[in-house]
Structure formats: C-alpha cells, structure tokens
Design a binder for this molecule. Structure first.
Ligand code: NAD
Length: 359
C-alpha cells in the first residue's frame, strides 16, 4: 500500500484547528482510496519563536525537505507583532518558501454552486461554471530585481528592475502547461509585451515551451485586458500563467470572485514537486480558539496536494465533491446564511468526512 509522509506546520491562531480538520479529512480519504499517510509535525511562526527563539528552526526545514509534501495552517498574531523584523512569524513563512525552492504559486479561483450568491459578481457574469488556476512566478521579476535610489539634477528618483531569464520562464511555463494537461487544457499567458522587453522574452519563451504540449491551447493577453476580462467574462480562463508582480495582483482579483476568504486554497511548487499547501487566509487571531473558523480552505489545500504532488487525482476529486455537497446543508459562521445549519469548525470537518464515507 502506498504511504505518504506529510510535514505538518500548524502554526498560530486558527492554524491548529483548521489543520486538524484537514488531517481528519485526509485520513478518511486515504482509507477510502487505499493509501496511508504519516504526519511529521514541526514548528513555524509564532509557536516556533516561543519554543525555540526563531520563527523557522532548522529542524522544520529538514522535516519539510524529507516529506512528500508540506501542509501549513497559518502564522502570526498580535503576540509577536512587536518583535524585530527578522524574528517575526512572517519571516518564517518567507524562509520556508525559500528553503524549499518554491518558485511557482498556484491559486485556484472557483465557485462552489451553493456559494454562488457570495460572489461579488452577478450570476450571469459568472456563467455556467468557473474554475480558474492562476500560476504566478514567485522568485523572480521586479520583486527581486536590482533597485535603488538616486538623485538626478537635484531631483530624487528611485527604480526597480523587472528581469527574467529564459530558464526562469521555462520552468514556470512548464508548471502551467503540466497543470493545464490535468485540467481544461488551456493556458493564457499574461504579460505586457506591447511595452516591456521582459514581457517580449516571456512571450517568446512560453511559445517555445508550448510546442512540447500540442494538446494545450495557448493564448496571450495583456495584463490590463486580463484584469478587465476577469470581471467581465471569467469563465473564459482555465490556467493563467504570469509573472510575479502581475500574478500578485491578478491572483487576488481572481480569488475574490469566489467571495469568501475561508474557502481559498493555494499551493507553492518547486523543482521536486513536493510543494507547500496552505489556505490563503491568515491566522485570524480574532476568532482563534473558539472552534468557529472555516476549515474548508485548508481541506481544499489538501485536495490540491493530492492532485498536484501526490498523484492521487481521484482522492482529490472526492474531497472537492464532498465540500461542494456539504455546503448545501451546513455552514460555518463566515459563510452562514439563513436556511442552513450553522456548524463549528470541527463539525464542518466531520460533515466532509461523513460525506466521503458515503462514496
Ligand atoms: P486573516 O486572513 O487572518 O483574517 C482576516 C479576516 O478574515 C478576519 O476577520 C478573520 O477572522 C477572517 N478569517 C480568516 N480566515 C478565516 C477562516 N478560515 N474562517 C473564518 N474567518 C476567517 O488576516 P489578518 O487579520 O490581516 O492577519 C492576521 C494574522 O495572520 C497576522 O499576524 C498576519 O500577519 C497573519 N497572516 C498570515 C498569513 C499566512 O500564514 N499565510 C497570511 C496572511 C496573514
């Protein structure tokens, strides 16, 4: 029987409670699908600072590197807000992404039918179904390029540099095309090639990589048009492939179409394919410890892990189906509307597990 080793970083605030529910769901799914999972817990963020004095202990890096994949809750909270910059929980987050060489950020934006009304977009704009994956380059471009300040003729100025190499573009493009092969077989590469030289190289390189994926339909779009199309006709997209800065903005825009922060999963992938999976929300200190948070973003992060790192697409589909179905009956307070049964975080986890047991 296939066995997977998952590094688990519960983190702070609601992190432990949402991760516990995701583990519960993964265990039930594993039993149903005929594989086993072992968990290796490690510290990250505020809890790591409290226990070891640093937000990212070496032992955590070692455990994540040894694992088939890593599941993360969330880090941070007011307790650590006054710590110096290098001792902040967020430093641990950036550190683990760097240590694992994660260069691709995957953010799905999809509508679960029962939550259609939660979307800020009108139902007729959303159309029949919506399932977009934004693939953002994470370790290059203007956020990492040369920057500085200068003075020209007594006038202060500043600059930041957008720079991409062919290998950097190639590896992120391959991630996008591989994903498209597991989804709707469409990639839209988003750039600003009418103005930026780096975008022209991006487009040339993506065009070359596309030749290895004859089944995938490649299109190009300028970033300004893409920002508009996402709210005008979002269902035209399958995989959106883009740079660090454009992806930063577009992934936030796309994910909000789903309407609830407690539902949004994400993944970061590197060369090894092991990946780090986490909800996009933070540690929600305002509701921590009350068992009222929504664990579905973390549960859906596990579904992504099964599909994109562990090669268990059926198990992944099973979780997504169960989540869609339970939303017809139960709701955590953040997505509650009249007519449904209001449940706690752990009851939502139980509801998903019970549904999976029925399949
Ligand atoms: P947040 O995402 O934690 O919370 C924003 C709002 O959404 C809050 O009202 C919260 O209660 C609600 N919310 C978030 N997740 C929820 C869930 N699963 N169920 C129900 N409600 C949910 O953002 P914030 O308040 O800006 O940040 C809180 C802390 O989290 C800060 O310390 C911040 O640095 C940290 N943070 C961590 C990550 C991460 O670990 N990846 C990401 C963002 C923020």
């Amino acid at each position: 029987m296939k066995n997977y080793r998952i590094a688990v970083l519960k983190g702070d605030g609601i992190g432990p409670e949402i991760v516990n529910e995701a583990i519960k769901v993964l265990n039930v799914t594993a039993e149903k699908c005929g594989f086993t999972v072992e968990y290796d817990e490690a510290l990250l963020g505020g809890c790591a600072i409290d226990a070891t004095g640093v937000p990212l202990p070496d032992e955590t890096i070692a455990k994540c590197k040894a694992a088939d994949s890593t599941l993360l809750g969330a880090v941070g909270g007011p307790k650590w807000d006054s710590m110096p910059g290098n001792l902040r929980p967020e430093k641990g987050l950036l550190g683990i992404r760097a240590a694992l060489g994660l260069f691709a950020n995957l953010r799905p934006a999809r509508i679960f039918e029962p939550l259609r009304d939660a979307s800020p977009l009108r139902a007729d704009i959303i159309g029949g179904s919506l399932d977009i994956m934004v693939v953002r380059e994470l370790t290059g471009g203007i956020y990492f390029g040369e920057r500085g300040r200068l003075e020209e003729n007594g006038v202060k100025a500043a600059y930041d540099t957008e720079k991409y190499s062919v290998p950097e573009i190639e590896r992120i493009a391959r991630i996008a095309f591989d994903l498209a092969m597991k989804r709707g077989k469409k990639v839209c590469s988003v750039d600003k090639a009418n103005v930026l030289e780096s975008s022209r190289l991006w487009r040339e390189t993506v065009t070359e990589i596309a030749k290895d994926y004859p089944e995938v339909e490649l299109s190009y779009m300028y970033v300004d048009n893409c920002a508009m199309q996402l709210v005008r006709n979002p269902s035209q997209f399958d995989v959106i492939l883009t740079s660090n800065i454009f992806g930063d903005i577009l992934s936030d825009e796309a994910s909000m179409i789903s309407g609830s922060i407690g539902m949004l999963a994400s993944a970061s992938l590197g060369e090894t394919g092991a990946g780090l999976y986490e909800p996009i929300h933070g540690s929600a200190p305002d509701i921590a410890g009350q068992n009222i948070s929504n664990p579905l973003a973390t549960i859906l992060s596990v579904a992504m892990m099964l599909k994109y790192s562990l090669g268990q697409p059926e198990a992944s589909d099973m979780i997504e189906k169960a989540v869609a179905e339970v939303l017809n009956e139960v709701r955590t307070p953040d997505i509650y509307v009249e007519g449904f049964r209001k449940v706690s975080c752990s009851e939502m986890g139980d509801a998903v597990c019970e549904r999976i047991k029925l399949y």
